[in-house]
Write a new protein. Sequence first.
Length: 126
Amino acid sequence: MSCRTSQILALTILLPATVCGWTAHAEETFKLLGEKEIRARVVGNDITDSSHWVSYLRPDGALLSNEMGRKWTGTWKIRNNKLCMSNPNLDSPDCNEVWMSGANIRMRANKDQETFDAVVEKHRAD
């Protein structure tokens, strides 16, 4: 087999695999959650970026956060199918739509605003 034939064979095998892998990733679909789904999939779990911060939505409405070792407590509630969270630095709760794809969570206040992406994980006690 010549070098040229080997290169063509490698491209014939690798290119479809690469395209299919990219397509599967690109088709990751996020579903907008309503109140019941937010309670079932997010409440009682951690929302985190997996390295810098974590927020735990306790079932009683308390929000416990740790940002790079700095801990604070706030509150959360679901209002009009949006997750509303408050912290000591906010005058009013920050309310966001909640979209999920597997464990990936995407939140945004309104359709014209940027999204905030993170991961939902089982709560890890301190």
